[in-house]
Design a protein around this ligand. Structure first.
Ligand code: PSU
Ligand code: MN
Length: 304
């Protein structure tokens, strides 16, 4: 099926997809809402370079003035990173931004939708959205989880963000039939920290094994994505015990300030950068690059 006219696939991405060469999708909410300037722009360029160094083609996905971009030029990436009022786009509002000619960063959910549309099977991010702490009151559950259940893309993350209720997030993923694969680990990593008290439901140790698993699911007509949980690099991690009180404090502040809806995740991430004196930001950048490397290797395994 031809892509809609408002979708612009970068020439390098188009060429790679046509030739069956490996492509890795990258999200852009981490650029527009996930970290401060100018680290966001530096991070975005470095992550693309990691994918390219592995031998895959990076495709950062975003909406720029209503054009749905699959792969950004350096100028476009810079423009997005310095944009003052970019929208945060998930399944509910991706099409709104296109129809209204707006600019926005795509979340995990929206990036998965666009990746699948373009024929990209692997996607690297930092951490996925999930069930927020206190969700029994707030009902705040990220649409990333529903997207994982329905859209056939492998998402490489450092686990659910530790600001979330990780056990509840894993329960929802299990209910919706989403495989959660610990990469080289028996525990679900918790974003800034390499471990959590939660056992990984499944474990695989090589990119090839992950590719084989996803292809076997497809052969069984089991639809939907897979969550790969790749622990942050050891030298960059912040132990869970150190993060715990800071996360609790940020959460208390968010509640007191009446933050709700899609503002919750950006607010918490920003407060935690401040509360850790910038250390969580360095960890965040290191783990995204680490995930980009693994995603490239999975894409290579899928294409050979
Ligand atoms: N991971 C990060 N930083 C982020 C996000 C993930 O390291 O900013 C973003 C992703 O785009 C994810 C979104 O899809 O946060 C989840 O937002 P919400 O909880 O509102 O669904
Ligand atoms: Mn939410």
């Amino acid at each position: 099926m031809p892509l809609p006219a408002f979708v612009e696939v970068h020439p390098a991405v188009k060429e790679a997809l046509a030739a069956g060469r490996p492509v890795v999708a990258l999200e852009s909410t981490i650029i527009t809402h996930g970290m401060p300037k100018p680290q966001n722009s530096i991070m975005a360029g470095e992550v693309e370079a990691v994918v390219a160094a592995e031998g895959a083609v990076p495709a950062t996905i975003a909406v720029l003035g209503g054009r749905l971009k699959v792969g950004l030029s350096e100028e476009e990436r810079e423009a997005l990173a310095s944009e003052g009022d970019a929208m945060k786009l998930s399944r509910a509002d991706l099409a709104f931004a296109v129809a209204e000619k707006r600019t926005g960063g795509t979340t995990v959910a929206a990036t998965m939708i666009v990746a699948a549309l373009a024929g990209i099977r692997v996607f690297a991010t930092g951490g996925i959205g999930g069930v927020h702490k206190g969700a029994e009151e707030s009902f705040d559950i990220s649409s990333d989880l529903d997207e994982l259940a329905r859209t056939p893309v492998i998402v490489v993350s450092a686990g659910p963000k530790a600001i979330l209720d990780i056990p509840k997030t894993l329960e929802v993923l299990e209910t919706r039939g989403v495989p959660v694969v610990g990469f080289g680990t028996d525990n679900v990593p918790a974003f800034w920290s390499r471990t959590s008290p939660c056992p990984a439901p499944l474990r695989l140790d090589t990119p090839e094994a992950i590719a084989r698993f996803q292809e076997t699911r497809a052969a069984l007509s089991i639809s939907g994505g897979m969550l790969v949980a790749n622990p942050a690099p050891a030298e960059a991690e912040i132990p869970a015990a150190e993060m715990e009180s800071l996360i609790a404090r940020a959460q208390t502040e968010a509640n007191a300030a009446g933050i709700s809806g899609k503002a919750v995740t950006p607010y918490l991430l920003d407060r935690i950068v401040t509360l850790t004196g910038g250390r969580s930001l360095a960890t965040n950048i290191a783990l995204i690059k680490n995930n980009a490397r693994l995603a490239a290797r999975i894409a290579i395994a899928l294409s050979s």
